[in-house]
Write a protein that binds this ligand. Structure first.
Ligand code: OAD
Length: 225
């Protein structure tokens, strides 16, 4: 079993999605906040935004959807959870094998020497510049950047060998992540869980129209019965 999740799974934890009503990319400029060029131009602005997001993640709690996926892993010998989210809620719910395609906000890394620093207390503005001459940046994937190759390969392999793939709470607009649910999922039976139609709906085998925190616990109960 493989699962691909997006920001929709965390919306019932109170975190905004990117493209829906109230979505982050509706009110913020992507290129300013989530690109290497934006960071180069104004690292403090970028860090102010990511500090706020990290604090919101910290305050949020995993919901019934995250919990159901964490419990589902024990029903399958081969279970991989692939997420586009950087909020760490799958890990906090107890999911063990989590592939974070777009990185995470637990650590910052230096652009010069790859030193790392915990973001437990956020990023102090006076610590952005590193002694080596580089700068600490969020350890996440920005637009125009490649995915971490080891994570991407592990995600492709998990999708290719899956019998069933759940695609939960993603619009399927961002590649290459979305391709895991289409061209890289081999023979898998693909089940989309989303209250709305998405770019992937036409390509999946079945869609369960509902919210993650409602549908995933129901699915878990059926798998157990
Ligand atoms: P989007 O905002 O593009 O899509 C969110 C999806 O979640 C939509 O299809 C909603 O219908 C669905 N949704 C909303 N509430 C839901 C719920 N309660 N249960 C299930 N689904 C729900 O967000 P992503 O697909 O995650 O990348 O976006 C992908 C990437 O684009 C993100 O990882 C981020 C962003 O730019 C980077 O930052 C690199």
């Amino acid at each position: 079993m493989a699962v691909l999740t997006g920001s929709g799974i965390s919306s019932e934890s109170g975190l905004p999605t990117f493209r829906g009503a109230g979505g982050l990319w509706r009110t913020h400029r992507v290129e300013q906040l989530a690109s290497p060029e934006g960071f180069e131009r104004d690292p403090r602005l970028v860090w102010t935004w990511y500090n706020e997001r990290r604090a919101a993640h910290h305050q949020a709690q995993p919901n019934a959807g995250h919990d159901a996926l964490a419990q589902m892993q024990d029903l399958f010998g081969d279970f991989t959870l692939i997420t586009q989210n950087v909020d760490s809620l799958h890990l906090r719910a107890g999911s063990r094998r989590v592939l974070e395609l777009h990185g995470n906000l637990r650590e910052a890394r230096c652009t010069g020497c790859a030193a790392r620093r915990s973001l437990e207390d956020g990023m102090p503005m006076d610590a952005i510049d590193h002694a080596c001459g580089g700068r600490f940046r969020p350890d996440i994937v920005w637009f125009g950047e490649p995915l971490p190759q080891d994570v991407w390969h592990a995600a492709m392999e998990a999708s290719m060998r899956a019998d069933v793939m759940l695609v939960v709470g993603t619009s399927g607009m961002v590649y290459p992540a979305a391709a895991l649910a289409t061209e890289f999922c081999g023979e898998a039976f693909v089940v989309e869980i989303n209250p709305e139609e998405t770019a992937l709906s036409h390509a999946v085998d079945v869609t369960l129209r509902g919210s993650a925190a409602t549908v995933l616990p129901e699915l878990l109960a059926r798998l157990r019965s």
